[in-house]
Ligand binder design. Structure first.
Ligand SMILES: CC(=O)N[C@H]1[C@@H](OP(=O)(O)OP(=O)(O)OC[C@H]2O[C@@H](n3ccc(=O)[nH]c3=O)[C@H](O)[C@@H]2O)O[C@H](CO)[C@@H](O)[C@@H]1O[C@H](C)C(=O)N[C@@H](C)C(=O)N[C@H](CCC(=O)O)C(=O)O
Ligand SMILES: Nc1ncnc2c1ncn2[C@@H]1O[C@H](COP(=O)(O)OP(=O)(O)OP(=O)(O)O)[C@@H](O)[C@H]1O
Length: 526
């Protein structure tokens, strides 16, 4: 925790990041020329000028503006790290670097005493299933270690094995991640399970980290937009960086482009353990072979537990019966068991069944009305996950010929590919699609909804655009009641447990899909 300007300069120099130090008229590579200032330990690190306190080292990143430095000297700015000098607005010395995000990750690790070295790090990437697999893995490791597993996820972070605080990003900024790792180590944590987004690699949030075990779950187009990834190729390339930075890899044998992922692992000498979801134990000639398999134990579908096996699916080690619905969650559970095993949990340890009790806010939450309408609040919001969700509805309810209503929007300004993906996945597979609001930000929510509607061509799917999200949910319930002769399923997707919509750059309160559908269920029947 005692990092000085001289230490920082040396670390940056070792990593070929330091261009020069600028302190007034002095431009140098030699921190000693700054005198005493070079040997004062920094008291704090931040990437936000609003958090400056005496002795702070500041990182100027992203869309940082010089005007943010107004008053920084008076508040005690000790030094800054940036890709461009700000010597016209601050008297504090600047460490000018090639890449401020890499510099921030390295220096934050040093400032917080390299907490990553004291944790078994588990990193999980994939287009869908990261959060669920992360929660499952944490549950197994917590059960095995007596509560010593921390978690960084897109829903919550947990730094003490039991307290869950809402998170902002899927993968935190490096500085925040290292601060939280430091706190987790202080709380006695031995493991950290974290989701690693493609964006995390794109903007160096995990620079310098090596994962003891990494998982690559699946890949399909998502997060393609001017502020995320320009192309699918870039998205997939960024995700694959996890393979380079893992000591062992867990891979879904059915993952698209699995061959390329194996090639990357082989080139780096990273051992790969595969998992797969199979149809039924012991059968399935057509199924992809895998080291670890999850398969239904018997013929009774929903009611029967799954069996997870290793040794190429020949040695059963756990029977699991998840509280969370969704067959895809058994694939996530197989991934979690494999990750936990590679992190040290014996295959036959009872901790492997800790996944059974896990529930995650906004993931496959089932709400049933008194008149028998079934609603799911779920976080599916791209082609892959909406397809998986509709496959699951067919698996659960095909024999009841359900009338399915889908309520979905799509975010503004980013992940633009989702609009077509969601609508295409639903086209012809749902009876009614209601397109609505989901974080339109600075775009017009009606225009987004109408764009989604334009991708539906199959006459079996009736399309409506209802912009206010609560009205869209209510219309789905009213419509279901108008078809009371059918078994109705309503899928409220993409918001999970979120209770706000980003509109015009600001969060605007929304009661949440679960609250709104419960209210509509309780209301007068049509
Ligand atoms: C592209 C990207 O990584 N953006 C993130 C990044 O933005 P940025 O560095 O440009 O920061 P900014 O908010 O524009 O501000 C610039 C800098 O000025 C500072 N500032 C600002 C005001 C001030 O008075 N003083 C000051 O110093 C800010 O603290 C910041 O460091 O750093 C910010 C925090 O410092 C993040 O909030 C922001 O994520 C935005 C909100 C975002 O939407 N990110 C998405 C694309 C994202 O990262 N998603 C992935 C994937 C999710 C998934 O897979 O589901 C994720 O990992 O979450
Ligand atoms: N293995 C899977 N394959 C396909 N779809 C899945 C899988 N696991 C979960 N899903 C679907 O994707 C949704 C999101 O799941 P989860 O939050 O675990 O994934 P994620 O990777 O964290 O998603 P995101 O990056 O969008 O936050 C779920 O609500 C479910 O509908």
């Amino acid at each position: 925790m005692a990092v000085t300007l001289a230490d920082a300069a040396e670390l940056l120099r070792e990593h070929h990041l330091l261009r020069e130090i600028i302190a007034g008229d002095l431009w140098t590579l030699d921190a000693r020329r700054l005198g005493e200032r070079a040997d004062q330990p920094f008291a704090a690190v931040t990437y936000d000028t609003r958090a400056i306190e005496p002795g702070t080292l500041l990182f100027c990143k992203g869309s940082f503006r010089a005007s943010y430095l107004s008053g920084a000297d008076e508040r005690g700015l000790a030094a800054y790290v940036a890709e461009t000098p700000y010597d016209d607005v601050t008297a504090a010395p600047g460490l000018i670097v090639n890449d401020v995000r890499r510099a921030m990750s390295l220096l934050a690790a040093a400032f917080y005493g390299n907490p990553q070295e004291r944790l078994t790090l588990i990193g999980i990437t994939g287009t869908k299933g990261k959060t669920t697999t992360a929660y499952f893995t944490q549950a197994i490791l917590n059960a095995y270690s007596g509560g010593k597993a921390a978690l960084f996820s897109s829903v919550c972070n947990c730094l003490d094995g039991r307290t869950y605080e809402p998170s902002d990003l899927t993968t935190p900024e490096s500085l925040d991640a290292l601060r939280m790792m430091h706190e987790a180590v202080g709380n006695g944590m031995r493991y950290l399970v974290m989701e690693v987004s493609s964006q995390a690699y794109k903007v160096e949030r995990v620079y310098g980290l090596t994962f003891d075990v990494g998982a690559f779950l699946n890949i399909s187009p998502d997060h393609i937009s001017p502020i995320e990834h320009p192309t699918f190729e870039d998205y997939f390339h960024c995700k694959r960086q996890l393979v380079h930075h893992s000591r062992a890899l867990v891979l879904d044998a059915d993952c698209a482009h699995a061959d390329l992922i194996r090639e990357v692992a082989a080139a780096d000498g990273v051992p790969v353990t595969t998992f797969a979801l199979h149809d039924a134990a012991g059968t399935g000639d057509a199924e992809t072979p895998a080291d670890v398999t999850a398969a239904p134990a018997g013929p009774n579908g929903e009611a029967d537990p799954f069996v997870v096996s290793h040794d190429g699916g020949t040695t059963p080690f756990a029977r699991i019966h998840l509280a969370m619905q969704g067959e895809f969650n058994y694939a996530n559970a197989a991934a979690a068991a494999t990750l936990a095993h590679l992190a040290g949990v014996p295959w036959d340890d009872a901790a492997m069944t800790a996944v059974d009790a896990v529930t995650i806010p906004g993931r496959m939450e089932r709400v049933v009305s008194s008149d028998g309408i079934v609603a799911y609040v779920d976080f599916a919001h791209n082609y892959l996950s909406v397809t998986a969700l509709l496959d699951e509805m067919r698996r659960l309810y095909a024999d009841r010929n359900p009338r399915i209503t889908l309520v979905a929007g799509s975010t503004g300004g980013k992940a633009l590919d989702r609009r077509e993906g969601i609508a295409t996945a639903a086209d012809g597979r749902v009876d009614r699609a209601i397109f609505t609001t989901d974080d339109p930000d600075r775009e017009d929510p009606r225009a987004i909804a109408e764009q989604m509607a334009s991708y539906v061509h199959d006459p079996r799917t009736h399309v409506d655009v209802i912009v206010p999200r609560d009205e869209a949910v209510e219309a789905a319930v009213t419509g279901a009641r108008e078809h009371a002769d059918r078994f109705n399923v309503i899928l409220l997707i993409g918001k999970g447990n979120e209770t706000r919509n980003k509109i015009d750059g600001r969060p605007v309160h929304y009661d949440g899909d679960r609250t709104v559908v419960e209210r509509a269920f309780a209301g007068a029947r049509g």
